[in-house]
Design a protein. Sequence first.
Length: 136
Amino acid sequence: MRELLILKIEAIYSGNLKRKYMKILILLTNFLIVNLTFAGTGHGHSHKHGHSHDNANITLNKTKEIGIEEIGKLIKKKKIHQNWKDATYEKSEKKVFSGKTEWVVTFTNEKGMRGKRLYLFLELSGHFIAANFSGK
């Protein structure tokens, strides 16, 4: 009788272990599936502003047009004085910074308070990077 009781206890104990292992296995499987589902490609990351993913290089003439638009945006954000709306386009040229080629679009403004030249930096695709009065 005692042996029968021991066998029953072992059966119950081993059954509980199997259930625990099955629960753990199911939880781990669910965890992996959820992580793989949400970790896939195609999830956007925040950007400074909306833009097209079209990476075609823009022309020299297009840099002037984009430069004028960006000056308007900088004025609206109060990053530069509003008298820059009357700035004169000077030139656009490609320059290499840290191994990366960019457009540098230069505008002049004799009324400029912080500087007489404004340099706009664009990716070759036309995406705005930055602006400053030093050109660096």
